[in-house]
Every structure is written in structure tokens, then in C-alpha cells.
Design a protein around this ligand. Structure first.
Ligand code: FES
Ligand code: FES
Length: 170
């Protein structure tokens, strides 16, 4: 099978990969690039454990072909922290006890990150809607919702949309 050469931004780095035309994004991330933070659950778009951001929007990477990200921007859980400094969402998940086995956590964090970049102070309904495609078999969701809401309220997100405001506030 003839491979496709793709170039895309992966966690802020220009990345070039040769992929099979039928290879999914999750398989490329995990198997070719070694980014195993993106989890593989159902493989059918039902569980959300494979969620990554594609141009800032959450997608199920088991349903996206690797070749489709050519020229686009992909963020995985490995690109969320700033070096050794956890993202405020990651810190909040730990603080609120929103992680048990952790299998759903990368996808949850990325869905939440996308929400907070659009809506820095979301309602509970907005949070529950944003993570409605991410299944958790362990926590009962309440602590996850609390972690996301407290991140929005206390820390705010210095996203591109409100970076000026954050900087202005010192
Ligand atoms: S593995 Fe992609 S949605 Fe379940
Ligand atoms: S913490 Fe186990 S699936 Fe969510």
C-alpha cells in the first residue's frame, strides 16, 4: 500500500510522518509516534478515551484518518502541561480526586480544555455537555465536573482568546 507523507503541527512542533491511507489518527499517535497518553478504548467513537484536539476542537481520534490531519494542528495530552508545570486542569483533577484508573482522564482534560478556551466560566450544564462524549466507568462524573468548574472559576485559562486579559491582570 502506498504511504502518504503528512506534515502537521503536533503539540506545537512541526511533525512529518509516513502513514498508511487507512491508518487512524489514534494508531499513528500511539504506535508511530509513541504518544500513548491518548487511550484506545472502543475504536467506534463511543467512549471518548481517544479524544485529541484537532485545530482546537475535540475529536475522537479513532474516527479520524491520520492523513486527514495533514496541514492541521493536533494537541494531545502530552502537549497540555508546560514542561514540569501541570496545566491548571490537570492540577484540579488531582486536587478534586477526579481521577481513579485514569483511562478516561486524557480525553476528559482535552474536552474540558476546549470548553474553557471558549467559555472560561462554564455552567454545570455546559461542562456536562462538553464531556458528554467522554465515558468514565470509575468516578461517577461529579468530581470531574467539579474539577473543571473550579478550574474555570479559580484559575481561568490564559488561552489565545483571553491571553491579553490575563496578562493585563498581572
Ligand atoms: S476509542 Fe475512540 S471513541 Fe472510543
Ligand atoms: S477514572 Fe477510570 S474511567 Fe474515568
Amino acid at each position: 500500500m502506498k504511504k502518504c507523507h503528512i506534515t502537521f503541527q503536533l503539540n506545537g512542533m512541526t511533525t512529518e510522518v509516513l502513514v498508511n491511507p487507512n491508518q487512524t489518527l489514534v494508531r499513528m499517535l500511539r504506535e508511530d509516534l509513541g504518544l500513548t497518553g491518548t487511550k484506545y478504548g472502543c475504536g467506534e467513537g463511543d467512549c471518548g478515551s481517544c479524544t485529541v484536539l484537532l485545530d482546537g476542537e475535540p475529536v475522537n481520534s479513532c474516527l479520524v484518518l491520520a492523513a486527514q490531519v495533514d496541514g492541521h494542528r493536533v494537541t494531545t495530552i502530552e502537549g497540555v502541561a508546560d514542561g514540569d508545570n501541570l496545566h491548571s486542569l490537570q492540577a484540579s483533577f488531582i486536587e478534586k480526586g477526579a481521577i481513579q484508573c485514569g483511562f478516561c482522564t486524557p480525553g476528559m482534560i482535552l474536552s474540558a480544555k476546549a470548553l474553557l478556551e471558549k467559555q472560561p466560566d462554564p455552567s454545570e450544564l455546559e461542562v456536562r455537555t462538553a464531556i458528554s462524549g467522554n465515558l468514565c466507568r470509575c468516578t461517577g462524573y461529579q468530581k470531574i465536573v467539579e474539577a473543571i468548574m473550579s478550574t474555570g472559576k479559580s484559575a481561568g485559562e490564559c488561552s489565545s482568546s483571553n491571553e491579553e486579559k490575563c496578562q493585563g491582570e498581572g
